[in-house]
Design a protein around this ligand. Sequence first.
Ligand code: GLA
Length: 408
Amino acid sequence: MSASKHGDGMALAENEPRPDLLAIFNEQFPRGRGAIVMARAPGRVNLIGEHTDYNEGFVLPVAVDREVYVLGQRRPDDRVVVHSANFNRRASFELDALGLATRQSWINYPQGVADALQRAGHHLPGMNLVLWGNVPLGAGMSSSAAVEIACMLVFERLAGIELAPRDDALLAQRAENGFVGVQTGIMDQFISRLGVAGHALLIDCRSLDYRAVPMALPDMVLGVVHSGVPRGLASSEYNDRRRECAEGVELLKEYLPDIRALRDVSPAEFALVEGRLPDTIRRRCRHVISEDARVGEAVEALGVGDTTRLGELFAASQASMRDDYAITVPEIDTLVELARAHGAVAARMTGGGFGGCTVNLVPEGNWERFERGIMADYPARTNRQPTIYRCRAVDGASLVPVGSSLSS
Ligand code: GLA
């Protein structure tokens, strides 16, 4: 999630064309034998439903056309050798001695996935791998989930196993939680695996049922803007929010004994008892409970193309993340304000928080004005450089026939 988690603070060449990954593979591993397998997995932007996933609630993310590619080939020993084509670096690990994650290194992701698969009882062969992606790092667009899911598909194919897509997502989440060490929910891995082109996915994070909701917004651009704020404290603050929510559930059980998670509390029920909670816990719970309700309303608004209502819901979500959940930063608040001033009909922070990106719905006719306005005003107000991504909703991860055109 954070740039530092990938180590080195290096940025990906986000707008560079995809290199010839097969040529890179053959150059890196000239003596390899056997079939080369390739998979792609997208990053994501969450339309609404922030920090609701680990409260067993609802989310509405979109898989976007910024993707990670992984190529792999079996090798005869128990080693996994990984070449990062973005960083031009090589690292490796032994399958029978996975050990503790090296802190802050990109190798943790493939290693975490191997660990999760092995713990689930699957036998993996040694492998040579090449990784490349253009999901921006540390931007809150889930580059790590995309790496995990693309690795998962390649590892499974090379090991001759095939898991259900939901199990891929659950195991990749386990890799993130157990091996990488951030107690994230299921949203990012789930959407990267199961996204549907042209749609957002309404996910029930308790049952893992989901429904593809058409992005029926003609002439509307899905714009993602990176604030340029590094998300240094993201992991510890994230884990703090999880603890505060769990504490809220315990306290609320005194009045609502049947609840298991904040998802089980309706806004009306909460209004009756919130006064009994300590202020911080009350505000954390209020964000989650109101945000879950907003997801339902946003699905309805999306269904009828009601962008005015979506704008209101995004604004309410933003205020709730800022005032109750305390996960925005001043730069993000400024970015949201500027987006609305420069033609977006809806804007809010997306992802884990403490920096990262905003998600914006911008009428096609306003797009140029939006880009120009943000590029001029945001640096002037914050001294930071924004990056603007015009995104398309794409399908979740898939194997890609090697040698086929990579321009999906
Ligand atoms: C991060 C986590 C997700 C989710 C979001 C906040 O992206 O990985 O599981 O909790 O933050 O909605």
